[in-house]
Design a protein around this ligand. Sequence first.
Ligand SMILES: Cc1cc2nc3c(=O)[nH]c(=O)nc-3n(C[C@H](O)[C@H](O)[C@H](O)COP(=O)(O)OP(=O)(O)OC[C@H]3O[C@@H](n4cnc5c(N)ncnc54)[C@H](O)[C@@H]3O)c2cc1C
Length: 495
Amino acid sequence: MAGLTRRGALLLGGAVLGGIATKELVSRLPVLDGAGVIEPSDAATVLNDASLLSETPIHRHVVMDGDPGEALVSRLRAELKEAASARRPVSIGAARHSMGGQAIPRGGHAVTFRNAMVEPDTAAGTYRVHAGARWSEVIAALDPIGYSPKVMQSNHDFGVAATFSVNAHGWPAPLGPMGSTVRAVTMVMADGALVRASRDENADLFSAAMGGYGLIGLLTELEVEMVPNVRLEPTFAEMPGVAFGPAFAAAVKDGAVNMAYGRLNVDRSRFFEDVLMITYRPAADQGDLPAAGTSGFISNASRNIFRAQLGRERIKRWRWWTETDLGPRIAGGAVTRNTLLNEPVVTLDDRDPTRTDILHEYFVPPERFADFLAACREIIPGSYQELLNVTLRWLEPDRDSLLAFAPGPRIAAVMLFSQEMSARAEADMARMTELLIDRVIALGGAYYLPYRLHARLDQFSASYARARDFIGVKRAADPGLTLRNALWDKYMGTL
Ligand SMILES: Cc1cc2nc3c(=O)[nH]c(=O)nc-3n(C[C@H](O)[C@H](O)[C@H](O)COP(=O)(O)OP(=O)(O)OC[C@H]3O[C@@H](n4cnc5c(N)ncnc54)[C@H](O)[C@@H]3O)c2cc1C
């Protein structure tokens, strides 16, 4: 494929939190006209996503950059009307870092939002934000007034509405997914109605749209909670993996921890045996916080050795040493919360068009975490996949979303694999994913929906107990099924 670019590892506070290699996601790049809208209507228009494996023909790709007012709503209504009359699907995306066509409408109308509107309300502790704003833009607006996003992913490239729509989580602790920090949303429904939804108003639509992958309505703006920006100091603790579940639960509940994550050793000689736990607490000195930067020296050191791990166990061992031994000694300084959150999906061009980075994520009850590690040790080394990184985060129960992946407290395990771009590797990845999901379900956990669609239908239903309630709300809100993507087509549309 032409125009190869690589978007690389996500490094933070001494550890790579995830990673992705990305070729051009849009093979025919749109050009904004004066009104912020383009419409290349061309049968050859295709969209891809961060997996590089989702290339899908679409009817049209429209980029909208207007404020969330009447003009934007009119554009969305026109798009919906035209699509519905031709029985074509519609889907909005932001960065399209989902990995299985969750933001791609096959043969349909793909919309991308670009607008950085962020309006903080310090009295309310919230901000009003355009659905398409990226987290980097939110941090840029909040940092100068001393505030910080309450929950976002571990990187700042993603869209705010997209984050709500997958109900993503990050490593602020002890908190639930991002939807728990959203007070209200405004969305254009499939019939063109403009609806405001919250826990008190159209509550069924709010619960379905949170983690609803854009299948309920097209979000135009959100009202989201913010918290004070603070200077934080890290504490590092290395421990056996079997001790991590209770240790992490205790650490995030100690009342002072503001951010926390863990990282598993992926060196095959100690595979999933050791965990490094990093907790951040407020520093004694909170005066004159510097402007948000990005993470520092150790992050860059890790970045340099991250790609070198591929096929090299010696490098994996070296990396573990830098992060467990060297890292705490040289990266132990204070840093602001916004700096920790302000991490881009870094470009790491490994010049290898034969491979792609694929994420998995599993949500495990903390008391079963040792069993999860044992299952991974049985399954992953038997595959042909190259596991480069695993980070662990804490999740408080999600009581809002119909498609909740954390109905109780969970440890989230985020795995980054490097996958060969071939049919045999894809089949091997699908086989391994099914095995992992079966074991996670048996432990009372779930897998995450924004990644490759390798789960079987029964695994989807077992992981998402209220999926049928979600489908009921969706069919009532959108009886013509105009809002569709690959996730709907593969699973929910068949139930
Ligand atoms: C490198 C990498 C790191 C990641 N890190 C994390 C992490 O730390 N935590 C985590 O939970 N997840 C993480 N993810 C998963 C990520 O959160 C989701 O893929 C997220 O949706 C990405 O945002 P996006 O802007 O790329 O969304 P997109 O892929 O563009 O969209 C995601 C979904 O949101 C819908 N959507 C987007 N905008 C709207 C709108 N305006 N109205 C209605 N629906 C909309 C889309 O239709 C789609 O279904 C990561 C993914 C990658 C590739």
